[in-house]
Ligand binder design. Sequence first.
Ligand code: NAP
Ligand code: MG
Length: 400
Amino acid sequence: MINMTTPLVEMDGDEMTRILWQMIKDELILPYIDLKTEYYDLGLEHRNETDDQVTIDSAEATKRLGVAVKCATITPNAARMDEYKLKSMWKSPNGTIRAALDGTVFRAPIVVKGIEPCVRNWKKPITLARHAYGDVYKNVEIRVPGAGKAELVYTGEDGTEVRETIQDFKGPGVVQGMHNTDASITSFAHACFKYAIDTKQDLWFSTKDTISKKYDHRFKDIFQDLYDNEYKDKFEEIGITYFYTLIDDAVARVMKSKGGFIWACKNYDGDVMSDMVSSAFGSLAMMTSVLVSPSGVYEYEAAHGTVQRHYYKHLAGEETSTNSVATIFAWTGALRKRGELDGIEELITYANDMERAVLWTIESGKMTKDLALITSLDNVTVLNSQEFIKEIRKTYDSIK
Ligand code: NAP
Ligand code: MG
């Protein structure tokens, strides 16, 4: 039994991933680790009972303890209001936690032999960091009805005014206002530099500062200043680089690269590029996600949702073949980080071995249905949700 000193923040969730959560704990964690967690039930029923206070409490606990592992959760919509008889359409837990921690989300594919990326030269994972505040996601837009002048006006608290003409319209059109803040960009930059150091990977950052000479240029300057003043020495010491380039140049370089770096993107670029990178790597079920705060607090989870369709099959007593890999990696990521912070070598070894056991199990041809559909391996055995986890346990027992 491996002992822990500081508990993990455990955020339980919904539907099929809640079922997998328990299976993973029973088969892959509790037999090996004297697991210490502070448990928060973010299942929709309990969020509703507590008026979503449990989500806020779990975020506060994460700030206090430093490392959390989260199961996928339902973000309520109109259909869920009826299904769960909700008092209110509670906000997305991920949004609430991200806001509380002021965090940046890093998404990385789990690379395994037999599940080949569409881009042949990608040999290592590409981690995408998306700035999750402002720009077009907090815009103000006007549908211009006809001829007239559109202006950009800023009025300072002391009354000073800055005014720029956007366009003298001769006829109808559209106009848009966007913003970002130095504080948010700075947090984003800190999270990116810290995560690069943490994972010993190069950091790429790209904007369109040649065209956007003030807006995008501000992003470039904030990153560069922080790098020069706070992170350069550490980067050089561990042999990683910070690389800034224009977004279109970055796209071209990413496609030709071998992978193995972090790509930081502004909000919209990150939205588009994370879907491109994740689909090119094969499967959403093989994508991990970690929220990193500028103060260095970590929350690990799978990138996919609660796999609702499989859950209804499960409830109907039918067999499911749901892929638990990303959720297992959320646990191993969190346990490894706990091990690093608390100096528990056995916990780090456990996480490394368990991840290896997952990959070896798949490479030996034993996998869930979603992977069987896209694998390049022959002689594949499709396992159900439970069998797959039990098979991983067997592999782990044989290598640990
Ligand atoms: P989803 O849970 O990601 O599933 C969409 C489809 O992708 C599934 O029906 C399944 O395809 C496939 N899939 C995803 N994960 C899989 C896995 N682990 N193993 C096998 N197949 C997998 O997205 P959704 O069904 O659109 O959303 C369900 C709920 O999740 C929603 O209430 C949403 O709010 C929530 N959600 C939560 C998070 C989060 O907590 N981070 C993120 C996204 C969505 P097939 O049905 O074809 O097998
Ligand atoms: Mg998107």
